[in-house]
Design a protein around this ligand. Structure first.
Ligand code: ZN
Ligand code: ZN
Length: 285
């Protein structure tokens, strides 16, 4: 298995010469949370000047919010992941989400959506909880961070139906569905965020989706601590790895990494309009 590089042979992450945002990470999870000062420092060193740390359960939302309050340029979302839809179905409601989202460091609703790959909650409950989040996004005007896996048809149907009822801003996070769902999301006014999966050998359909996503609707993320991009795959992912994914996407789209950093930052602050750009972005502007 000499084809596989040993960990110590991997090059350091090359810095990007313009600040940008990791639009989706979980700074409270496991090893990231334990060493978060260093994690944030390493992110800053390679250009990742903003991070949106994501809530997956209302039960642990206070920890997510506390993390956002600790650092300038770190923001929080509030929501219940489809994995936890069943366990939180009696506590999560649009009204509750609207209430929790009043904090100025909360800039998004979610992550919420449908996960038919793991099916950890019954599908009807996932759908009902997803719709509560949509209602909260519509009411607050905060974007909904959508998690969807192996659930293209139902995700598209719910988005079409709910958008017809009244528009709401949203992003398809860690896009890994069929490319047509990215096009559907774009058609409905959404954004599409790409993680390290786009660099994977088996990431052809995600690369196809990225090819079809216009630059002005594209975001970059890590979903850290999961899904470190190649060649770091298998390591604990951290927001600094967004620099690797950003470079990869820039090559794919035929632009410089610095241009994609600027464009995805503009996209981020347009979509997540409550987020105040930290100093690094003001200097860059
Ligand atoms: Zn997710
Ligand atoms: Zn996530």
């Amino acid at each position: 298995m000499s084809g596989k590089k040993k960990k110590r042979d991997l090059p350091p992450i090359a810095p990007v010469g313009a600040p940008f945002v990791d639009s989706h990470c979980h700074l409270t999870y496991g090893t990231l949370g334990k060493d978060v000062e260093a994690v944030v420092q390493r992110a800053h060193e390679v250009g990742v000047a903003g991070m949106l740390t994501i809530s997956t359960k209302l039960e642990t939302f206070p920890e997510v919010l506390a993390m956002a309050e600790r650092f300038p340029g770190v923001w929080a979302s509030v929501g219940t992941h489809p994995h936890h839809a069943e366990s939180e179905k009696d506590v999560v409601s649009a009204a509750k989400l609207v209430d929790l989202a009043a904090h100025p460091k909360v800039i998004a609703i979610g992550e919420a959506g449908l996960d038919y790959f793991y099916d950890r909650s019954p599908r009807d409950i996932q759908q009902a909880v997803f719709r509560e989040h949509i209602a909260a996004a519509r009411e607050t005007g905060l974007p909904l961070v959508i998690h969807t896996r192996e659930a293209e048809e139902d995700t598209a149907a719910i988005l079409e139906e709910e958008t017809a009822r009244g528009p709401f801003p949203f992003v398809m996070h860690c896009f890994s569905s069929a490319p047509w769902l990215a096009e559907k999301a774009l058609e409905l006014g959404g954004y599409v965020s790409f993680s390290g999966i786009v660099t994977f050998k088996k990431g052809e359909s995600v690369r196809e989706a990225a090819t079809r996503t216009p630059l002005e609707r594209m975001l970059v993320e890590t979903d850290a601590p999961f899904l470190a991009p190649e060649p770091y795959r298998g390591r604990v992912c951290e927001p600094a790895h967004a620099a690797v994914t950003l470079r990869y996407l820039a090559d794919l789209k035929g632009v410089s990494a610095e241009d994609l950093a600027r464009i995805t930052s503009e996209n981020f602050f347009r979509l997540f309009a409550r987020a105040e750009p930290p100093a690094a972005f003001r200097k860059a502007a």
